[in-house]
Each structure stands twice: as C-alpha cells, then as structure tokens.
Design a protein around this ligand. Structure first.
Ligand SMILES: Cc1cc2nc3c(=O)[nH]c(=O)nc-3n(C[C@H](O)[C@H](O)[C@H](O)COP(=O)(O)OP(=O)(O)OC[C@H]3O[C@@H](n4cnc5c(N)ncnc54)[C@H](O)[C@@H]3O)c2cc1C
Length: 564
C-alpha cells in the first residue's frame, strides 16, 4: 500500500510552502503582504524556521552570544505576524502534482496525512555532503548547516570539551568555522583536497587568505585528503587520518560542500537543470504549472554566460523567495540572474569575488584581460586606512567589465559592490572609471579604488604592457622556464624581501644597465605594486629587448608565495 493510500486526513490550503528557512519564509511573508487573504501553510521538517544560517559560525565563536539572536522569527511569532499556518517537524514525503496532493509525515506523532493545495512552493534548500569516510557517524563529527548543528557544537565548546578540532573542507564555511574555533581557543587544523582554500577564488588570491589563516594560528593542509575519522571505544571522535598524517580532534566539522535537496521534486517528475538543482524560469516557476521553487534547491541563470548556475547562498534565496511571493499573489516579478558574487571574512582579511575570471571567460569564448591593483580602501593618510587589492577582469575587445576579486584588510565590500553594479548594467571599464562616486578622506580615496583599477585596466586595454599574475609567474618559476625576472625596486627593498630567482636593477639605473638584460629571452619585471615595472617594460619594448615583456600584476604587494 502506498503512503498516499495509507494517509487518512486531508488538509486543504491555497498555497503550500515546503521549507521554512530563507526562501520559504520570504516567499510566504511577501505573498501575505501582497495579498493578505491568501491561505498559506508552511511545512518544514526542521524545529526552527526563519533563522540566519549565515550567522551560525559566529554563534559557535560566541561573537553572537545567544542563539535567539539568529532566530529572525519563531514559528509562533511568524504565525502571529503573517497569519500563515506553520507546521514544524513535518516532512513532505511525496508529491502528486496532478492531484495537487502532498503526503506529509508528522515526525512528532509519527502520523501520515495529506495536504491538498492550489499552488506549491518548493524551498527545500540544500544538505551538507557527508563523505562516506570510516567513522563519519561518530559523536563529535558534525556538519554546520542547521541551528541545531550549531547549538550542539556551541554547547560542547561552552562545556570545555573541545581542545582540538579538524575542519574538513576549505570553502567559505570551513574557513569561517576555523576562524571561530580559533577564537574559542581551540587548536584547529583545516584540511583541503584542492591546492588552496576558497576553491572558487584564483590561486594567488586565495593564497593570501590562506596566509592570513596560518598567521592567525590555523594549521592549513592543502592537497590533503581526509581518509578516516578515528574514534575511541565510547564512539567519540579522537582524530582524523589524512594523506598528510593524523591529527587529534575532539571535534570534526565536515564542510566539503552542499547538494540541493531535489529528491522530492525529482520523484514528482519536476525537471532538474544541468546543475542538478530544480530548473526554473525567471518567474521561479518549475516545469509544472503552479509549482514554484526557490533558494538552494533551485537554479539561477548566470548573467554573463546565460547558462544555468547554482548559487546556494542566502542572498540569492531571499531574492528568489521574494519573487515567488509576489507571483503567488498574482504579480509578475522576475529574477535577472546572478554573477556568482560572494564575500567572506577570514580573520582580519576580507575576500570578495564576482563575475568571471580570465579562464572562465575563455570557457565561453571571450578573450579577457585582468589587472591586479594594490590600493587603499580610504585616503591612505586617514587613521584606519588599509590596503586592498583589486583584480579586475574585462573583455579585451570591448572593455566590458566581466569580473573582480577584491581582497585585503581594508573595506572590500564597497568596492566589490560598485563593480558588481557596473557589471550588472553592462558597463565598460571606461564607464566605471568615470563614475561620480562620493568622496571624503574617511570614506574613500579622491579617485575611489574601483576607479583606480578601471584606469589601470584602461591603460592596459589601450595597448599598454601585458601583465602576468602572481600565480602564472609562480607556475613559470616552478616549471623552471627559461626567462629573466627583473626587480626594479631599490636595493634595500630588494634585500628585505624579493621573489626567488629575481635580479635587482633599480628603475633609476635601468636605462644605463640595459645591457645586463638578455634581449633574446622572455622578461618579467616586478616592483612594489606594478607601476614602476610597467615603466620599465615600456622602456624594454621601445629598445626591442626581450622576446616577450610582462609586468608582474600587483607587484610584490600581491605576491603570496615564498620570498627570500
Ligand atoms: C554556516 C553557514 C554560513 C553561511 N553564510 C552565508 C553567507 O555569508 N552569505 C550567504 O549568502 N549565504 C550563506 N549561507 C547559505 C545560506 O544559509 C543558504 O543559502 C540559505 O539558508 C538557503 O535557504 P533555503 O531556504 O533555500 O534553504 P535551507 O536553509 O536549506 O532551508 C530549507 C529547509 O527546508 C526543510 N526541508 C527540506 N526538505 C523538506 C521536506 N521534504 N519536508 C519539509 N521540510 C523540508 C529543511 O529542513 C530546511 O529547514 C551560509 C550557510 C551556512 C550553513
């Protein structure tokens, strides 16, 4: 006998929403605001609804002292405020899209019943991937996805049970968790399978974040695979066996990624997209009329590539939920797509990204160039000014902006968001360089940092000197390519810190000492930030010295690898 036949009670509702964290509650609240008479039932298997998942790492770090501060609303206040019916600890186990029936298991009373709806919203989110490692089910091994996960970890920390921890996975959640464990005085090891943390950042950019983590006390092991969780006879984790050795751990946080919760949708016959998440149109409608999907279980479209893109982020989930809410109430709201924008705090370092890198642009047939520009967040003389580094990417032929990384100790989000806005509206480098941005020393530089980066890009696009990124140069050095690396800073700066294998010819002496540079080799020139090296490159080119001449983008200020 099927679950549906088994079910006895049938509840009626106009709109059924499955999932109650970001997308589900946003859709619900917006629909009710637009059309208060809508009869909505929200069903979630979770105990909590409407909480700030994005704050969970800071709660375990005690930066947020009380879990209640993460709960935007409780089921009770949500019901009171919006007039919807909220059913927590209820799991939808099957959907009959034709009959508009959902089969629901009440987890508290172990009863199955059905809900008949007119319209359906699937906001089932995503689940953490738990790799099938030996020992993965031991006590003390946990993902960090729900408020419950965070509360358990927080309690163990508060009780002083955690002295050593291993974080498996160096994506943004693993990085946030590692930082917060260090804040709690926990000896923390992070292992990452890829060559660097923050896998969706360029290698050299991510390396700077990694250096910050190491400087702040996290032991980071990249190119390292977790092979097993070790445990004691009480069934509690004691460590992690990895390809880099064994590490002791009272707590193991598994943060190797998430996958969309699409089982229900798939079994009901809804179409999935190429990313594996639920396929939707720009109104967030699925392949079945009257059925919407939003949040981590649904796809987006990438604004620049036009392709399906999965962006499991709270920022996206809330916007998609809002669109669903408007459309449930009879509106016609549409999502324009995403750029893959994200930002993460790594101790005293901030890392943000958006759009396409040079390599990603090449994948869709666009020839792109990038510049790496060390600059400041506010006027350099004003107290509290910090360095930031901008890597800007643009299409070579048109100057259209395609992407950016903005990183550093300073404020990066303002610069990043300015660039995101420009990319969204299809701006060129030249248009960005001319923006009339607000300025006073405590807030910005007189030519604001995104404009500085745009000007550097302009010079490059106008036939200036080719750049080489720190990562590309590091690869050349590793491969022992036959080329010459010339550092044009003064002797003292060179002696303090220099890239292995470089020779120093200060810019002031450069013209007189040109005969020291072989004319028949590839030449890379470096300086502090890329300004003096560009000048040296112009000179080399005018004298036809070097089979190719490149300036190190961002100079030694943006060099995260070993120095002498
Ligand atoms: C530690 C951490 C930090 C984060 N930081 C950021 C950040 O800084 N910025 C950012 O943009 N995003 C961040 N995120 C991501 C963000 O939290 C998610 O994108 C967001 O929660 C997605 O919301 P959602 O409603 O789509 O799905 P979810 O939050 O996954 O909620 C889905 C709900 O549906 C329920 N459900 C699933 N299946 C069923 C079913 N069959 N029946 C009933 N209920 C069901 C689930 O139990 C769950 O409660 C972070 C996430 C974590 C875990």
């Amino acid at each position: 006998m099927s679950a549906e036949q088994n079910a006895t009670k049938v509840k009626e509702t106009e709109v059924l929403i499955i999932g109650g964290v970001a997308a589900g509650t946003k859709a619900c609240a917006k629909a009710k605001r637009q059309k208060p008479e809508l009869d909505i039932t929200l069903v979630t298997e979770d105990t909590h609804i409407s909480y700030a998942g994005c704050g969970l790492a800071y709660y375990i770090g005690n930066l947020i002292d009380d879990a209640s501060k993460l709960m935007v609303r409780t089921p009770e206040t949500f019901e009171e405020d919006t007039g919807v019916s909220v059913l927590t600890r209820n799991r939808v186990t099957a959907l009959d899209l034709e009959a508009r029936l959902a089969t629901v298991l009440d987890l508290k009373h172990k009863e199955t019943y059905q809900i008949h709806y007119d319209k359906l919203v699937i906001a089932t989110g995503a689940s953490p991937i738990m790799p099938p490692l030996p020992g993965i089910n031991l006590d003390g091994v946990s993902p960090l996805r729900t408020l419950m996960d965070a509360m358990k970890v927080r309690q163990a920390l508060d009780e002083g049970k955690i002295k050593k921890a291993v974080v498996i996975g160096g994506g943004y959640i693993g990085v946030e968790v590692a930082e917060n464990l260090v804040h709690r005085g926990v000896e923390t090891v992070l292992v990452e399978l890829m060559p660097h943390v923050l896998p969706n950042f360029d290698d050299d950019v991510a390396m700077m974040a990694q250096r910050e983590m190491e400087d702040q006390g996290v032991k980071v092991f990249c190119n390292t695979k977790a092979e097993a969780i070790l445990g004691n006879d009480k069934g509690h984790s004691t460590g992690v066996k990895t390809t880099a050795g064994e590490f002791e751990a009272d707590l193991v946080i598994v943060a190797v990624g998430v996958r969309p919760n699409v089982q229900l949708a798939k079994e009901a016959g809804l179409e999935l997209g190429p990313t594996g998440a639920i396929k939707v149109n720009d109104r967030m409608e699925t392949s079945s009329p009257g059925v919407f999907a939003a949040g981590d279980c649904a796809e987006s479209t990438h604004i620049l590539t036009g392709k399906s893109f999965w962006a499991p982020l709270g920022s996206v989930a809330n916007k998609q939920g809002r669109t669903v809410g408007i459309n449930l109430a009879g509106g016609d709201d549409r999502q324009p797509g995403v750029l893959g924008s994200m930002i993460v705090k790594v101790f005293d370092f901030n890392c943000g990204r958006t759009g396409l890198s040079v390599e990603q642009a090449a994948e869709i047939g666009l020839e792109a160039v990038s510049v790496t520009v060390p600059t400041h967040d506010i006027a350099h003389y004003y107290p509290g000014a910090h360095d930031i580094i901008i890597r800007l990417t643009a299409e070579r032929a048109t100057g259209r902006l395609l992407g950016a990384y903005v990183i550093g100790q300073g404020v990066v989000d303002k610069t990043l968001d300015t660039i995101i806005t420009a990319i969204t509206f299809g701006a060129t480098t030249e248009q960005l360089a001319k923006l009339d941005l607000a300025y006073a020393p405590p807030y910005s530089m007189s030519i604001s940092s995104p404009l500085v980066a745009a000007n550097v890009m302009q010079r490059k696009l106008e036939g200036g000197i080719d750049g080489i990124t720190a990562h590309e140069l590091e690869r050349k050095l590793q491969a022992q390519d036959d080329f010459v690396l010339v550092d044009v800073r003064d002797e003292l700066s060179y002696m303090v810190r220099s890239i292995p294998g470089s020779v120093c010819i200060p810019l002031e002496e450069f013209e007189e000492r040109l005969d020291e540079i072989p004319a028949d080799k590839d030449i890379v020139v470096s300086c502090n930030i890329g300004y003096r090296s560009t000048k040296a490159c112009v000179l080399l080119r005018s004298k036809h010295i070097g089979t190719s001449v490149k300036s190190l983008d961002g100079g030694i200020n943006a060099w995260p690898y070993e120095t002498e």
